[in-house]
Structures are given as C-alpha cells and as structure tokens.
Design a protein around this ligand. Structure first.
Ligand code: NAP
Length: 302
C-alpha cells in the first residue's frame, strides 16, 4: 500500500497487519470520507510527518456512514492518534466526540479528531484555517472587515460564518440559495454580533447581490458553484469592484470563473488552497502540540 496512491476500506481494518504489510511507516493518522480517493490531505501530512521526524504515516480510509461509529472504537485500537473527517461524516463525528472546541460546537461539525486516553476529542480547523488563509492572502484580519458569504448555509459556509462572527467582523451578510438555512445560522450567531443590521441573512434571488455587494470588503464563495465548467454564474461580472477582496474556497479548478471575473475588475483574489493548507496545519498542531512544518506541507500540495 502506498499512502499517496491507495485507499483503505472498512474490511481492511479487520485484517490490518496484512493490509499494511510492507508499508515502511505504519499508519497513525487518516482522512475518513466516502468517497475519499480525491483527498489531497496525505500529500501534505506525509511530508509533514517526515519533516518533523515523527513516526507513522497518513492514509485515506473510505468508510460508509454505517461504518463510522464502530471505526471510532477500532482505529485507536490499531494505533491511530487521530483523523480528519470529510463528507459525509462531519456531523457524525460531531455526535461521536466526548469533548469539542467552542469553534466545533458553533460550526455543528467536527473535521479533526484526536483519540486521547480520555476519549474522543473533536475540533473544527476549517474555520480558523480560513482565518489564517485570509491573513496570508490579503494581510487582513476579519475583525476589520464587512464580509459577504455566498453559500452560507452549507458546511463550509457555516464554518466561515462562525469564524467571522467569533472574530467580531464589522458586518456579516449570509447569502444562501435556501434562505431558511441562512436564517437558522443567523439565529445561532446573533449573540456574537449584536446590533441592528450587523448580521443579515438573504437569499440569492435577483437583486440581493446588486444591493449588498457594494457595501462589503470581503466576499467568500463557500458554495460548490464553480467546481464544474457548466455551473451558473454566481455573481454578475459587472458587480465586482477593484477594492473587493474575493476568496473562493474552491481550489480545483484553481481559477474559477468567479475569481477570473473579479480579478479582471481589479479585485484581489485567492483560491481555497490556502484554507486547505492551514486547516491541515492546525490539525497537525492539535495532534502533536508543536508547530506544523508548513513549507513541507505547502510543497506537498503543489
Ligand atoms: P455543502 O454543505 O454541500 O454546501 C453547498 C453550498 O452550495 C450550499 O450553501 C448550497 O446552497 C450551495 N449551492 C449548491 N449549488 C448551488 C447553486 N446552483 N446555486 C446557489 N448555491 C448553490 O458543501 P460544503 O462542504 O460546504 O462545500 C462547499 C464548497 O467549499 C465546495 O466547493 C468545497 O470543495 C469547498 N470547501 C473547501 C475547503 C478548503 O479547505 N478550501 C474546505 C471545505 C469546503 P443550498 O443550501 O441552497 O443547497
């Protein structure tokens, strides 16, 4: 098995010595998802483990939803220290942990697990990972900004909204196709952003963006629109301004239509690779209690 190529499955956990036979470094971390073959996490975590001279490797494990709960018992028995969790397991991980960070609680999702002597601990590094990525890309702190999130009702959108609200951003506009989801989020975050009109929830109906986008500094695309070439236009090109900061969480393709059109209008733009890197770096720090070897991780993602 090569951790950068192969994917383990539930059945492999039952015959682990045989399944991992010949691997020079025994797996100690994993990303759990379904599907999970596309995950780039091993590309950054294996160089990080080597650079930090830590034993073990980071692998992909494809688990079906009905296998997730039992895997939480089996993985620590096999010597795993922790795991990352991706679609569709983030809510199941949230339900499975015995302790969690305030950020994870607010996000309603856990993407990083640690198997500790005291039980299963959970964290959400997507939210603070986004903060670090924005600081690196644009040199700005969320507290200084008026922010509009597209796709605020999805998992990534909620993580972005939680981080913005916890940082006390100047204004937060939650935009989602399904308005009810944005409104639920608004109700949950109200205590963090008190004040009239500081926190609003809107649907993507025609006119919303034309009305709002001129009064914000940072626009975050947290929706899945833009991953496919056939996807609809999310923001009309004539709405972009040169003072906008535009962050698209999508990193494949690296330049979405949204980023291309915003850049053509003179806006500052960045894609989601930085968020991927930083959520991984924060997970590494959570597992090992030491700074992540960031440059090794960055090179791994190239
Ligand atoms: P999700 O929970 O399925 O949410 C999808 C979001 O996209 C929802 O808000 C959904 O609106 C919206 N959406 C989908 N199709 C739409 C359309 N045609 N028009 C308008 N809105 C539409 O997915 P997720 O996990 O949050 O992921 C969202 C994106 O973030 C993905 O591209 C993912 O790759 C990216 N992401 C990147 C990172 C990173 O590290 N860079 C981390 C996490 C996620 P409704 O609520 O109305 O359905």
């Amino acid at each position: 098995m090569d951790p950068l190529v192969d994917v383990f499955a539930w059945d492999d956990l039952g015959r682990w010595d045989e399944a991992t036979d010949g691997m020079p470094r025994r797996p100690c971390l994993a990303v759990l998802g379904h599907p999970v073959a596309h995950s780039r996490s091993p590309q950054m975590h294996n160089p990080a483990l080597e650079e930090a001279r830590l034993p073990g490797s980071y692998v992909r494990i494809d688990l079906r939803p009905e296998e997730f709960s039992e895997a939480m018992t089996v993985l620590p028995q096999l010597g795993f220290l922790g795991a990352n969790v991706t679609i569709p397991h983030k809510a199941a991980a949230f339900a499975a942990v015995s302790t969690m960070s305030e950020t994870a609680r607010r996000c309603g999702a856990v993407n990083t697990l640690a198997f500790t002597p005291d039980g299963l601990a959970g964290h959400n590094t997507d939210a603070p990972g986004l903060k670090r990525a924005l600081l690196e890309a644009f040199g700005v702190e969320l507290a200084e900004l008026r922010v509009l999130i597209l796709g605020a009702g999805g998992g990534a959108g909620q993580a972005a909204a939680v981080q913005c609200a916890m940082e006390g951003c100047r204004r937060l506009v939650l935009v989602n196709r399904t308005l009810g989801k944005a409104e639920r989020l608004l109700a949950e975050l109200g205590d963090l952003l008190p004040g009239t009109d500081r926190l609003v929830a809107l649907s993507t109906e025609e006119g919303t963006l034309a009305r709002e986008i001129g009064d914000v500094d940072l626009i975050i695309n947290a929706s899945s629109v833009g991953m496919k070439e056939s996807d609809p236009e999310l923001v009309p090109a004539n709405l972009w301004r040169s003072n906008h900061l535009v962050y698209d969480m999508i990193y494949a393709p690296p330049r979405t239509r949204l980023l291309q059109e915003a850049a053509a209008a003179g806006a500052s733009t960045a894609n989601g690779l930085g968020m991927l890197l930083w959520q991984g770096a924060l997970a590494f720090e959570y597992w090992f209690g030491q700074p992540a070897p960031l440059e090794a991780m960055r090179r791994g993602l190239q």
